[in-house]
Design a protein around this ligand. Sequence first.
Ligand code: OGA
Ligand code: NI
Length: 365
Amino acid sequence: MATPTDGISDNQTNNILNELKQFDDTKAGVKGLVDSGIEKIPGFFIQPQELLPKSSEITPPTLQVPIIDLGAIHKDAGCYKQIVEELKQASDSWGFFQLVNHSVPKDLLDEVIQGVKEFHEGDKDVKEKLYSRDQTKKVRFASNLRLYQLSAANWRDTLTCVFDGSLDPFEIPPVCRDNIMKYREAILQVAETLYELLSAALGLPSDHLRGMNCAKTQIMVAHYYPPCPEPELTLGTSMHTDPSFVTFLLQDNLGGLQILHDGHWVNVAPIPGALVVNIGDLLQLVSNDKFKSIKHRVLASARGPRISVATFLNPGFDEKKLFGPIKELLSDTNPPLYKEFLVDDYIKAYISKGLTSSALSPFKL
Ligand code: OGA
Ligand code: NI
């Protein structure tokens, strides 16, 4: 509840709620606002000053997110060992890396981006029909996944597909359906290799992470970041960590994604054909903080639209096994940092917290 000392009266709060609702009811998203020709962004998109990028951060120092080249993975044992070593460094000190020479054809990546763009720029009726905040819908479209929970709305619209075994592919809009289905298969294959390498990087048998079934549910969010008339006042995506086990991100060539590395915002520079991968909160937890889930955000820009597709790999949401730090990693000198829990408790804890705090805190010992 707002108090007079907050400087926000109940009336103002109600006004903002009404404006959000009006915007939501258009079912046309941020793209709809841009198409209507606005030159000033509505107040509810304006971020508090402290969350906006400072001018010195917009072009950060030329630090670069690690690049992991999978090209030589089958060449010989030495190459394999080197990739594992690079991955270990990257997952520990960066939590983000770019995979190149993976098995997903570049043409498919380009077609996914193109298909997603066509959906967002396509038939308004198709989008309106899919527009929903109903979490039980496996395929849905909305502007801002958490429109009513954020301190300010983000300059972004999103098509979400939840692959949990019950999604009917025919619910996916035809303009991007085939490419999304092919891309999902391809990502699952790369994930198998990645889980094997990450297991080795943790010093575990190569099938350990795969055996935990942590790609069972895939949530794919296909974002559209329209050009913004006042990009210095808002964000494309607010700072957050991903609650997933691992996230695969496909981005087009516009840029705008930044990660918070050692206190500096570092650009994740687009590399054609690369897949950005980041460690999610759940992998940080089971690795007992050996791997890090890093805060990231997307800047708003006058250039656009920018397209990106994030695929969150997660355990089955009905998994009945307890999760916690992997026992084989623990010792007297490396005691568990988290308690054990069910996936269901984890999801509930994530939903009840704000987007900006980590999903891990309720499970810390
Ligand atoms: C996300 C995310 C980054 C991007 O969806 O969690 O961080 O570049 N997306 O869109
Ligand atoms: Ni993210």
